[in-house]
Design a protein around this ligand. Structure first.
Ligand SMILES: [Zn+2]
Length: 124
């Protein structure tokens, strides 16, 4: 302030000052946070961090190979966020080789239904 000859303070309304909103969300630890529903603050991840989070939650040590929406909400409940979390979770689950091999498929051959006659009820 000592280098300036003239100083003027001007108040900019909050709704017009988006830059201040972004700067206010950056905390002392250097991460950007977003206000969440499940947790007060969700840490915003960069694309590399998003890939790590998807891999850990889907097929990590405690991963249960959850499908798209479940995977996305597990990540949000863990406190992480990025803009395309739902699309990325769906794409990641669809590209998992283990999930594709053990998908819920019918393994019986298609066959017409046929009636079975029994001598008395509940005899089968
Ligand atoms: Zn999987």
């Amino acid at each position: 302030m000592s280098g300036f000859k003239v100083m003027r303070m001007e108040q900019i309304p909050r709704e017009k000052n988006h830059r201040a909103d972004v700067l206010a969300k950056i905390t002392a630890d250097g991460y950007l946070y977003r206000k969440g529903k499940s947790l007060p603050l969700l840490r915003c991840l960069h694309p590399g961090g998003a890939t790590w989070a998807l891999s850990e939650v889907h097929s990590g040590d405690c991963g249960n190979h959850a499908a798209d929406e479940t995977l996305a909400y597990q990540i949000l409940r863990m406190g992480y966020f990025w803009l395309t979390v739902h699309q990325d979770a769906k794409q990641f689950a669809q590209s998992c080789e283990a999930c594709q091999k053990t998908a819920n498929l019918h393994h019986l051959p298609p066959e017409r239904l046929s009636s079975i006659s029994t001598p008395y009820p509940f005899a089968i």
